[in-house]
Design a protein around this ligand. Structure first.
Ligand SMILES: Cc1cc2nc3c(=O)[nH]c(=O)nc-3n(C[C@H](O)[C@H](O)[C@H](O)COP(=O)(O)OP(=O)(O)OC[C@H]3O[C@@H](n4cnc5c(N)ncnc54)[C@H](O)[C@@H]3O)c2cc1C
Ligand code: SF4
Length: 601
């Protein structure tokens, strides 16, 4: 491994999709980049990737981090740590310290390539009103950017990640595309169950405040390989590019695509020009050094020799520019530990996720579940609308993997049947009857920024390397809870329009069956039991804005406090709409990278 030599044009902390796409822009223009990455390098070789696949196959518990062995020196949160979280807050035992009142049920991964190793790859853009929530609906804040300003960067991000979609399917709520633009690959074919949903959605309606809302099913943009359009060459696995040039329908996108047909940031790393970057893995940035002029003068980092020992050496890396791209939680932690970029007192605050609300049902006939990517279609109909001055927007993901995390089939079906003394032929028939008909709908619900939802640090909670663990305070406001009540209404309308009997619709949320269980008194005065899962979308913790008094960076992700510091990623997003955030985070990062080029000259 090469250790940093001299000074670089840019020191980038974090080699996930955001950090690596910035590294690509800078190194393509001949700038010398140093990448400091906390995690291991295993995924860089194809054999290393296959060892992840083997670890996943032999793991007892299949969860997003199960292919990636725990690393005490670059720890991450595991789903088991936050499961059944309502009953256990505060949770001090995992990596994330959960102070409540609700626990934050999302995970991420600290390994080379970042959380993109186990993400799903869903890539919808945000709609124009998502950028102007204060102006349009009197809630949240406005961005310092409009959809129109970010639009060209969305196009670049979609080509950088390799997104499959048809633009005519995406023109919702004012989202527009240049006439001469198209996504690099055609949309992933919609599944059989998507067609069943489409027939139901055409008939389903809900009424809110005297207004009727219908529903439509459309394909979903995804960073996984399909049929390329002219000018695009699908990229396969790192180290074995002939593998994975098309999605093969292995149906294990989370936690790992065995053939790498789904984008991971390792792909971007594989495309960097070796002359212009240095990568140091097992290098945990611990402190930004601030010089007398207020500029960042260096990054202190600890390099550990192995994952099984906490022996490490401390080094300092130097650059003209410094880029924190270490994920919304880890980036905020690093700024707090350094006393950097926080004159607004906004670092770590406004933590948001997309609480994931589930309903599920048994269709009268088989639906072809457990095949292909996790989702191929969505119902975008509630991503925007006048209701947003009262309750949150939501995007509806139509699952392809049976009841999925709602009940963990097929194991749960076997347990149920055996528990009722059903064995042999009767057991096989029962399973066939249950499993082939499972439908699961996921509601990706918007959250608003709130100062009390935050990441902090505390000397009481350190990891084995002596670095801060994230301490999280988290709640879900009535704006989002009311949207879950409405989502349930939409779910009933949809399933009934599909011809599903009421007793086959499951929407029960109890402390035992849903991690984020909570009660809520709705606007209609009724008491509701609600539950949600984390989406893995950590956002808002170093938001951009127009004023240095209430934001951490400007619209180019440059710190208001330190002119040579950029803070990038989903933490930059002031509000989040109902769109999975990575494509937006990469678009923002590409804009920031262009600004860095102007600074470097
Ligand atoms: C289960 C799951 C499914 C998801 N599915 C989707 C989806 O379908 N669509 C979508 O848009 N998003 C999805 N996401 C979210 C998506 O993975 C993240 O938004 C994205 O990976 C963020 O990119 P990033 O580069 O900012 O951070 P990361 O990908 O987390 O990368 C950050 C990197 O920084 C490194 N690092 C951290 N701390 C330090 C430090 N102190 N020093 C040095 N390096 C450090 C980490 O090791 C890591 O490699 C999902 C997330 C999860 C958990
Ligand atoms: S469906 Fe299979 S091949 Fe396609 S992206 Fe998912 S895991 Fe990879």
């Amino acid at each position: 491994m090469t250790m940093p030599q001299g000074s670089y044009d840019a020191v980038i902390i974090g080699a996930g999709p955001v950090g690596l796409n910035i590294a690509k822009v800078l190194s393509d223009r001949g700038k010398r980049v140093l990448l400091l990455e906390a995690g291991r390098a295993s995924g860089l070789s194809y054999d290393g990737w296959l060892s992840y696949v083997d670890t996943f196959r032999s793991a007892l518990i299949k969860e997003p981090n199960s292919p990636y062995p725990p690393n005490a020196n670059a720890p991450s949160t595991y789903a088991q740590d936050v499961y059944n979280m309502q009953k256990h807050v505060p949770i001090l035992s995992g990596y994330q310290v959960e102070k409540g009142p609700l626990a934050f049920g999302s995970t991420y991964l600290r390994s080379l390539g970042g959380t993109s190793l186990h993400w799903l790859g869903t890539c919808p853009r945000m709609v124009p009103n998502d950028f102007r929530m204060k102006t349009a609906y009197g809630v949240g804040v406005d961005w310092p950017l409009t959809y129109d300003e970010l639009q060209p960067y969305y196009c670049r991000a979609e080509w950088a990640l390799g997104v499959s979609a048809n633009k005519e399917d995406q023109e919702h709520f004012g989202m527009w595309f240049p006439e001469d633009y198209d996504y690099p690959m055609e949309r992933i074919p919609q599944s059989y169950s998507d067609q069943l949903y489409a027939r139901g959605a055409a008939r389903a309606k809900v009424q809110w405040a005297g207004r009727e809302y219908g529903m439509t099913v459309t394909s979903l943009p995804q960073a996984r390989n399909s049929i390329p359009r002219a000018g695009y060459r699908p990229r396969g696995a790192v180290g074995a590019p002939h593998v994975g040039q098309r999605c093969e329908g292995n149906a294990s996108c989370i936690p790992i695509c065995p053939v790498q047909a789904k984008y991971s940031a390792l792909r971007t790393l594989g495309e960097l020009d070796a002359n212009f970057y240095t990568l140091v893995t097992q290098a945990v940035a611990t402190r930004l050094l601030i010089d007398e002029s207020g500029r960042i003068g260096g990054v202190e980092f600890k390099r550990y020799a192995s994952e099984s020992s906490n022996q490490s050496q401390t080094y300092t890396a130097y650059g003209t520019l410094y880029v924190v791209a270490a994920h919304a939680v880890e980036g905020a932690k690093l700024l707090l530990a350094s006393g950097a970029a926080n004159s607004s007192d906004q670092v770590g605050r406004n933590l948001m996720d997309h609480p994931f609300f589930l309903t599920w049902a048994l269709n009268p006939t088989p639906v072809g579940a457990f095949r292909g990517p996790g989702q191929t279609s969505e119902i975008p109909s509630f991503r925007d609308g006048p209701f947003r001055n009262e309750f949150a927007a939501f995007r509806i993901d139509l699952g392809n993997w049976g009841w999925d995390v709602a009940t963990f089939p097929p194991g749960s079906n076997v347990n149920d049947a055996v528990g009722k003394n059903v064995f042999g032929k009767a057991l096989r028939q029962s399973l066939e009857h249950q499993i082939t008909r499972q439908l699961r709908v996921g509601y990706v619900v918007e959250q608003l920024p709130e100062a009390g939802n935050r990441v902090t640090i505390d000397r009481e909670f350190l990891d084995p390397l002596g670095c801060y663990r994230p301490v999280i305070h988290y709640n879900v406001s009535d704006y989002t809870r009311e949207a879950m009540v409405r989502a349930n209404e939409v779910s009933n309308a949809l399933f009934r329009a599909m011809g599903i009997a009421p007793h086959d619709i499951r929407t029960s949320h109890t402390p035992d069956n849903t991690p984020g269980y909570m009660t809520y008194k709705g606007r209609d005065g009724k008491e509701y039991s609600l539950g949600f899962y984390g989406s893995g979308h950590h956002m808002g913790t170093h938001r951009m804005g127009v004023s240095r008094t209430d934001s951490v960076t400007d619209a180019n992700c440059r710190s208001w406090d330190h002119e040579n510091l950029y803070v990038v990623g989903c933490g930059s997003m002031p509000t989040v709409g109902a769109s999975n955030p990575t494509i937006t985070a990469v678009a923002i990062a590409l804009k920031a990278a262009d600004h860095m080029l102007t600074q470097l000259g």
